[in-house]
Design a binder for this molecule. Sequence first.
Ligand code: ZN
Length: 311
Amino acid sequence: MRIEIYLRRAAARFFRKIAGVCALFLALPLLALAAPAIQCAPGVELRLSAPLSTQGSLLLVEVRSAKPLAELQGEWGGRAVSFWREDGPRDLRRALLGVDLEKPAGAYALTLTAQTQRGAAVSCRALVRVRAGRFATERLTVQKQFVEPSPEELQRAQEERQRLREIFDQVTPERLWRGGFRVPLDGVATGGNFGRRRILNGHPGSPHSGVDFPAAAGTPVHAAQRGRVVLAEPLFFSGNTVVVDHGLGIYTFYGHLESLAVKAGDVVEAGALLGQVGATGRVTGPHLHWGLTVSRARVDALQIVKLLGKK
Ligand SMILES: [Zn+2]
């Protein structure tokens, strides 16, 4: 009897020990996954707003330096990362990393090179992991002409896509926005459909790169932040469209407007009226399609409100 109790206790001790080891063993690779591998020169600190990213998301990068920096350059996934300097006594630089909604999952190196005002070179390196996003698939029925456009319409749509690509490729070197970004509709905090894979009249289309806000036609649409209007005209798919350049490779896109209140070249302040909600272009009803492009990456626009929202 006594031996049996002893054996039972010994077995319990053994399993507790094993469980401890197993938990540790399991935790180590998990910790390695969660913590971004960051290596920086002494005196420089690099922080990311999240240890992992997902397709279609934004990351805020912060670089603090004990010694004032004269310049800072970054590169991630083959694209330049544009930093801006925050006002304050310490040298704090920020940048946004946009993870395109179709960027393949994997680990991508973020490299920073900087020079202090005294001419010393400093550098940082971090591995930023991208996970696959979970996006719903939706089936839509729209007017036949938008799924099976005529050769002329197809050519127009292709030319417009190419024009937009060229716009998003431009990086205005200065920061045009000031302060937090807002949702373009008053009293609205959230929208839907970002990243949805769409099947239009039975044909798979490209993923939905914006956030949709259903609203009554005529509802005012406001600029998310200060910037320069680089496009304000009707496009085949997105109807009456406005694109605002906020500088540093950051653009917001407003589609399906009923009417336009701005023209290309206008400098608009945060909250300026851009137009009214409508149902122009390829739509199933009146709504605002709001897009955000950061260094050409199509990301969830609501994330810029969260990361650089009102302070
Ligand atoms: Zn949309």
